[in-house]
Design a protein around this ligand. Structure first.
Ligand code: SF4
Ligand code: SF4
Length: 166
C-alpha cells in the first residue's frame, strides 16, 4: 500500500490510502454500521484492539501493529470511537434512512451538540461540506470521548469526519 503521501500533510487523500474500510456489499446492508479506521502509521497504541467487545479488531502481535478488522464481527457499537486517542475510528451506517447515512464521530469539544440540532459537517481538512442533524450524543465507554451520531446526505458519508456546533 502506498501511503507516503498521507504523511506529507497528515490528511488521508481522496482515495483514502491507509483507511481500513469494509467491503461495499457488506457495508450497504449492515444495520448499525461498520467501523472505518484511519490509522495507517505504525505507532505504539492498541486501545481499539483491547476495548472491542467482540474482538472485531484483530489481536495485535506487536503494539505497533496497524489495526485490521474482522468485519463479520463488527456491530458498529462505537466503543473504539470513544477509546481511540487518535480520534481515528469512525462508524458509518449506510442503512440509516433513505438518502441518509448515520455517522458516529468522536467529539471532544464543548459545548456538546444537542440532540436534534443542525451542525456543520467537516471533511478531513476541516472544510465544511454539508449540514447534518444530530441524532444522539452517546457515551459508549464511561468517561471517554463522546460519540456524536449525525445524519448526513449519503453521498457525503465518506468525506465527513468531524462536526462544528453552530
Ligand atoms: S464499532 Fe464496536 S464492534 Fe466494531 S470494531 Fe469498534 S468496538 Fe468493535
Ligand atoms: S486506538 Fe486509535 S490510534 Fe491507537 S492503534 Fe487503534 S486506531 Fe490507531
Amino acid at each position: 500500500m502506498k501511503i507516503t503521501a498521507v504523511f506529507e500533510n497528515g490528511v488521508l487523500t481522496e482515495e483514502r490510502p491507509g483507511a481500513v474500510k469494509p467491503q461495499q456489499d457488506l457495508w450497504n446492508k449492515k444495520k448499525g454500521g461498520l467501523v472505518v479506521v484511519e490509522c495507517p502509521q505504525r505507532i505504539p497504541c492498541n486501545p481499539c484492539n483491547t476495548s472491542c467487545p467482540v474482538s472485531a479488531i484483530k489481536t495485535f502481535s506487536d503494539i505497533n501493529d496497524v489495526p485490521e478488522i474482522d468485519y463479520d464481527k463488527c456491530t458498529g457499537c462505537g466503543i473504539c470511537v470513544a477509546v481511540c486517542p487518535g480520534l481515528a475510528c469512525f462508524v458509518i451506517d449506510l442503512t440509516f434512512a433513505d438518502g441518509l447515512a448515520l455517522l458516529k464521530l468522536p467529539y471532544e469539544m464543548l459545548p456538546l451538540p444537542e440532540k436534534g440540532a443542525t451542525v456543520k459537517c467537516l471533511d478531513r481538512t476541516g472544510k465544511a461540506v454539508c449540514d447534518g442533524k444530530v441524532e444522539n450524543v452517546a457515551e459508549p465507554k464511561k468517561d471517554k470521548t463522546k460519540v456524536v451520531h449525525v445524519a448526513v446526505p449519503i453521498d457525503k458519508a465518506h468525506d465527513v469526519r468531524a462536526i462544528r456546533v453552530v
